[in-house]
Write a protein that binds this ligand. Structure first.
Ligand SMILES: [Zn+2]
Length: 299
């Protein structure tokens, strides 16, 4: 593991412990524009996380709706601390469009991601911009600047390390998680879901197996707190065992139900009966429609 030379390497424990503060977005209706094949529903609430120390703040993921990013900027300002860095976990626009307005508001901030992730952002930019406009219309921030490549795999907040770990698969790949050892916290990106239907409609059955390996990696870090990219507004970031167990069993159950499902409705009925307390049914509907279309198209 290499070290980001622009950051301060700690020589002693910080006087003020670092902390993770979770900002949860609105829970918007989708789609903004009627489109065949896209069901009506809601888009999962999305998180942005402030890691703050005595004087500095690092933001992990930057949201995508104009109103949320305004509120997120207000929250950062109210800390009275310096926003040094924005780190983006993966290439989905719900996690990064906010860097445009945040860079304008905090001109000294550095926005970074792993080189792989930036390449993927470039490749999918046009398609995602079309999709996000369809889903959110004028509420969404237009596509703007991309992050710069991160040198190494470590960021610092007032001397405390944030370790970036690239994992093989979450809802997409390339994708990353952030481990913060000083507070036993994992920022999971979209590798773990917290009481929200996981997005399985953007990956293949082989990639669903790889996603299970990623869950093992998160579990081995033995975090006390996991912040998922998508969680209920009233979600519990300390319900670590439940989050890990439910994400794992959900993917296993989806893998088991998928080959035998008559159609998307059948798969939706099976999964929603098994996980009646998961929120944001739309993500299951979208995932089932896409997965069954790929299966039947491939036959
Ligand atoms: Zn996401």
């Amino acid at each position: 593991m290499t070290t980001d030379t622009t950051s301060t390497v700690p020589t002693h424990a910080p006087a003020v412990p670092i902390r993770a503060t979770v900002f949860v977005s609105r829970w918007p209706n989708v789609p903004a524009v009627e489109f065949p094949g896209i069901p009506d529903g809601t888009f999962s609430p999305t998180t942005a996380i402030l890691i703050s120390g005595e004087t500095e703040v690092v933001l992990i993921d930057a949201l995508y709706l104009k109103d949320d990013v305004q509120d997120l900027g207000d929250l950062i300002e109210r800390t009275g601390k310096k926003l040094t860095t924005i780190y983006i976990t993966h290439d989905h626009q719900d996690h990064y469009l906010g860097i445009g307005p945040l860079k304008e508001r905090f001109p000294d901030v550095k926005c970074v991601a792993l080189p792989h992730v930036i390449e993927s952002m470039k490749e999918t930019m046009d398609m995602q911009t079309m999709q996000w406009n369809l889903l959110f219309g004028d509420a969404v921030i237009p596509a703007g600047p991309l992050p710069e490549p991160l040198d190494g795999h470590t960021l610092y907040v007032d001397g405390s390390p944030l370790n970036i770990i690239e994992v093989k698969q979450a809802d997409v790949h390339p994708t990353t998680i952030v481990h913060i050892p000083d507070i036993d916290t994992v920022i999971a990106g979209d590798s773990i879901y917290n009481e929200i239907y996981p997005m399985l409609g953007l990956s293949t059955p082989a990639e669903w197996q790889d996603w299970l390996d990623t869950i093992d990696i998160v579990e081995k870090l033995q975090p006390k707190m996991i912040v998922c990219g998508h969680r209920r507004p009233d979600g519990d970031d300390y319900a670590v065992d439940t989050m890990i167990a439910q994400t794992r069993s959900y993917i296993q159950d989806f893998i088991a139900a998928f080959p035998a499902a008559k159609d998307a409705d059948d798969l939706i009925a099976t999964m929603s009966a098994k996980y009646p307390n998961h929120a944001n049914l739309w993500t299951l509907q979208f995932s089932a429609i896409n997965a069954i279309a790929a299966r039947d198209g491939a036959q």
